[in-house]
Design a binder for this molecule. Sequence first.
Ligand code: HEM
Length: 132
Amino acid sequence: MMPMVFYTHSGVRYLVLLAAIAAVVYLLVGTFRGAPFDKLAKILTGAYVGLLDVQVLTGIVLYLLIPSYPRLMGHVVMMLAAVSVGHAANIVNKRRDEPSWGVALVGVALSLILIGGAIIAIGRPIFGTSVI
Ligand code: HEM
């Protein structure tokens, strides 16, 4: 069971990163175009946060299956911060009369930086899989 969860957690990361890159590119373009926040921006930011939630779930299961160590706590804490930032930006935007490209962009970019730091915290490459 553990290897299956490990490789799922390792692989889903690429979907999260892909969704983040797609969202950042689209939000950057939208920010500079100055058009109203549109449906695709909502879909891309929602997909990013949704995939992040799935990844957190697989991470928690994996965490319960392997012995913990101090650097792993750094990974977990930073990932929880990343998912919180992603959700917070979406909530702020939902509460605004006119959702903001900037809020969405900062939310995805900041959580992406935290994800990068969290992967580096356990000494793993951002792209590339360990063999267990
Ligand atoms: C609370 C959330 C999370 C928990 C509890 C968690 C837990 C873990 C655990 C237990 C490991 C295995 C560490 C080891 O092998 O020593 C791991 C590895 C990893 N995690 Fe997470 N994780 C979380 C969120 C995330 C997220 C959101 C991402 C990426 C978007 C991510 C990406 C990775 C990567 C890339 C690895 C290394 C995989 C490899 O070496 O192939 N984790 N995580």
